[in-house]
Design a protein around this ligand. Structure first.
Ligand SMILES: C[S@@+](CC[C@H](N)C(=O)[O-])C[C@H]1O[C@@H](n2cnc3c(N)ncnc32)[C@H](O)[C@@H]1O
Length: 317
């Protein structure tokens, strides 16, 4: 497994080596390294586009849009979910937490830039550093699949929620969806990086050191991505933690079949080759396919086949 040179400029080669055997250390190194460029890499913004995306995900699973007085996000990253839900009026006071200090720093900077009332802490979801019954709402986006002991994290969610408080986790990969997304991503990467070795297509090839860096990132990514979820087993984990009114929904089937090759292609070619026209084509197509998934595919396909799983519920109260 590739382990040198170090991807995180602050991490030693020994730390990176150790990270391959320690998923939590890998998460800190990988996400600290990603923090500065994360929003750009994942096209995260704090405008109408991402406010709608975040609030629609929330409503799709929770069925309401609050508002919730006091909310905390686990694995907040740069603040995509919480800050956009705050801007959408779903949350009044927010707390960002993450295992990666670099991510907490960027999330707080983003919050300040938006003029939002947010504080933050470095925190492990398996041992949340807040007292019992602190929050009306606990949220997370694309975090559960990184946590070694998900049942322990859900017991912590229950502990820090006020009686009757809600939790919402979105953006988790399903077992089936992750399988086809990975295969499509690998095939697109292989095809793009090989086709661009030849003739006029060489202009579309990224410098070799950037391609090598992406491969090293992918190797570490394989260490931080710990789980995929079947919707029913995710519901069971939440119920076993003593949470009630638990409900999982899934979304994105054709949108994921389109989106994963597109995102991989974008990562494999020089950014300047893909202009605004490409970005609009990719976004509008993804939007149309999302509509198709919601209106048609959801009625005819089993929920296990979709790429994303979202789950909600409450603390008894
Ligand atoms: C894929 S990123 C998602 C970030 C953000 N929620 C988003 O959707 O853009 C996962 C985040 O979870 C954090 N994380 C991983 N393991 C964690 C743990 N045990 N406790 C808290 N956060 C964790 C990572 O540091 C990273 O910032």
């Amino acid at each position: 497994m590739a382990a040198d040179p170090t991807p995180n400029p602050h991490a030693t080669a020994e730390e990176v080596q150790a990270a391959y055997a320690d998923p939590k250390l890998a998460n800190v190194l990988y996400h600290d390294w990603e923090a500065g460029t994360y929003d750009e890499k994942w096209s995260i913004s704090y405008d109408e586009r991402c406010i709608s995306y975040a609030t629609e995900r929330f409503k799709a699973v929770a069925g309401d849009l609050g508002p919730y007085e006091n909310a905390m996000e686990l694995g907040s990253g740069t603040g995509f979910f919480l800050l956009n839900l705050m801007q959408g009026g779903v949350i009044k006071k927010g707390h960002v937490t993450d295992l990666s200090p670099g991510m907490v720093e960027v999330a707080l900077r983003n919050a300040r830039g938006l003029g939002l009332d947010v504080d933050g802490r470095v925190a492990d979801a398996e041992g949340i550093p807040y007292p019992d019954e602190s929050f009306d709402l606990v949220i997370g986006h694309a975090v559960l699949h990184h946590i070694p002991d998900v049942p322990a994290a859900m017991r912590e969610v229950r502990r820090v929620l006020k009686p009757g408080g809600r939790f919402v986790f979105a953006g988790e990969p399903t077992r089936v969806g992750d399988r086809y997304a990975r295969k499509l991503g690998q095939a697109t990467w292989w095809l793009t990086t090989n086709v661009t070795r030849f003739g006029p297509l060489r202009a579309w090839r990224k410098p070799q050191e950037e391609l090598d860096e992406s491969s090293r990132a992918a190797a570490l990514e394989a260490v931080v991505d710990l789980h995929t979820f079947d919707p029913s087993s995710l519901e069971d984990v939440c119920r076993s933690a003593g949470l009630v009114e638990v409900r999982a929904v899934t979304e994105e089937f054709t949108a994921a079949l389109f989106g994963w090759p597109v995102r991989t292609f974008e990562a494999a070619v020089p950014r300047e080759k893909l202009g605004f026209g490409w970005a609009m084509f990719a976004y509008r197509t993804w939007q149309r396919l999302t509509w198709l998934d919601e209106k048609v595919m959801r009625r005819v396909l089993p929920r296990e086949l979709f790429y994303n799983v979202l789950v909600t519920g409450r603390k008894p109260g």
